[in-house]
Design a protein around this ligand. Sequence first.
Ligand code: FES
Length: 160
Amino acid sequence: MIFWPVISTPSWTRSTPISRPSDCRTSAMTNPSNIVATIALDAPARADQRVWAFDYVDGFGRPASGILVRLSGDAEATEYRAYRNLCPHWSMPLDGGTGEFLDDSGHLIQCKMHGARFEIDTGECILGPCDGEYLEELRVELSADGTSATIRRGGGLRLG
Ligand code: FES
C-alpha cells in the first residue's frame, strides 16, 4: 500500500485577493525619487520637435538615457511616450550617438545599429532582429498646462 503525503494548502496562498490601491500607479506617481527628468515643452523653437533626449540615473544607480516622443507630428498634439534609449537587440543606444530617433517616415522609432523599427505608441519592435520585443517604457506625466513633462521610472518592462 502506498501512502501519499497529505498536501496542505501552502501558507502563502490566499483565498481572497490581495487588496491593492485602486490605481497601482499611485505610489510610483507620487514618489519624487522616481522622477528622472522634467522637460519643458513650451519653448517656441520646439514647436515642431517630436523627440527630446535626456540623461538620467536608472533604478540601479547607473547612467542611462531616454527619449520623450510626441505621438503625432501635429505640434498641438498632447500625447507623449517615453522610453529608455536602449535597443532590446544588443542593448545599444537607439540613435547610435546621432541624436536621430525616428525613421524617414517619422512614424516609427528606428535603431541606427541594425535598423529595427518600433511603434512610437507602444515601443514594440515591428521590424528587425528584435521583432516582438519592447523598448523599456518610462512614465510620462504632463503638467496641467501642458508646458512640461515629468518622466518617471516605473513604466514597466514589457516582454514580447
Ligand atoms: S542593436 Fe538595435 S537593431 Fe541591433
